[in-house]
Design a binder for this molecule. Sequence first.
Ligand SMILES: [Zn+2]
Length: 507
Amino acid sequence: MTAVPPPGGRPAPGPRSSGTPAPGTPAPGTPAAAPDSPAGGGAAPRGHGRADGPGTGARPEPAWSGGDDPAFREMWRDLAPVGRAAASGGYRRYAWTAADGDCRAWFRAQAGARGLAYEEDRNGNQWAWLGDPAAGGAVVTGSHLDSVPDGGPFDGPLGVVSAFAALDALRSSGAPLTRPLGIVNFGDEEGARFGVACVGSRLTAGRLTREQAYGLRDADGVGLPEAMTTAGHDPEVIGPDPDRLARIDAFVELHVEQGRALDLTGDPVGIASAIWPHGRWRFDFRGEANHAGTTRLADRRDPMLTYAETVLAARREAELAGALATFGKVAVEPNGVNAIPSAVHGWLDSRAPDQATLDGVVAAVEQAAREYARRHGTTLDVVRESATGLVEFGHALRDEIGRILSGGTAGGGTDPGAAAGAPRWAGADGGGRAVPVLPTGAGHDAGILSGAVPTAMLFVRNPTGVSHSPAEHAREEDCLAGVRALAGVLRGLAQDGRDRHAGAPAG
Ligand SMILES: [Zn+2]
């Protein structure tokens, strides 16, 4: 499997695999204030945005004066210590571990406290229901609670906590909900333990076969079925669950943004347009091991040189194409300080706005690598380890959400006190400003489900853009704006009389 630290195993890597933290981010290894900051009142650090960014500070924040949400605050407080590594301040909530079990217990308790019907499906995803899902036409929201190694507090949990908070707001507003409303925690979204992302939603959508799932192993050699059994879930029953998906009329996942687009536009909330196509490729460079002190430079066949030039080529090709390309993992053989390597394995992660661009970048990187290999007397094999095509969220549902948030179909005014109902999205000017629609390079359960269910995503501003790091951050007022937006969207979608086919997947 790929870079999979054993649960609770290796020491924490740095919060960022490369590069320098953005100005204003906590130093690596510094326990950030983040886990309790969304509900921690004054704990949320301000001014995290880059000083040179046009976003933060350039426009007034949207009005939010109704920030006192005790339930929201309490949910964060309960989750904050679960699976948190003291040394890094990051989270290690890997699938089917004790920390994951604690997150699951928390979800179940939240469902119980609200009198919601609770169920765990055949693939270990958790569901909480207001109304009877068997009635069909359900509106579902939620995200995931697991994490990458030393992940931040918001990636995943923000969507689940916001789901419960939005449901609370809807109920206290007395909004008429005539459709079943569901909250979901998808299992094993990050793939941190078994190397495949979105296992829970992939199994359910039939995008990962039972045989493939049974073949997954963690870094300690523990198979997924064994891990499930240990955690009390029966692996015999895993598999596609089309009947469950058929009950769902719309799935909306709220997620912290994993970039700075909203910070740059000055908006607390945005709507996803698409998930870029992306994939992983393993580049195997082979040469000849030899003595670092006695082998003339001219006589070497050094695969590290080929690898190094390939890394630079990836950067160059990505820049030329408007894409992303990253070598974030490397393995060297024999990995001796005084030995010319015999082999270097580098993993390329690349993402682009469209498939042709992605294919072009990867082909160009490979072509450059082959030329370098020829010059250095080394060899190259390229293995594609995974590939995910473009996900374009259905325009009908996306547009419907845009209308709801800008006050087109669900009124309610801009008074934050009315947030419990269906607030009109208010920009800094207090008017019905259009909500930005933006793509993302990050994969999500929503992307997996989008082939089977009308699906949409809301993003909450991340002032530094940092994610998959303990330094990941979102401001309290932005999180609450996200709850408000989600409540409005759920209310709009769960109203009777809505065209049930409005959200059909695009194309
Ligand atoms: Zn996530």
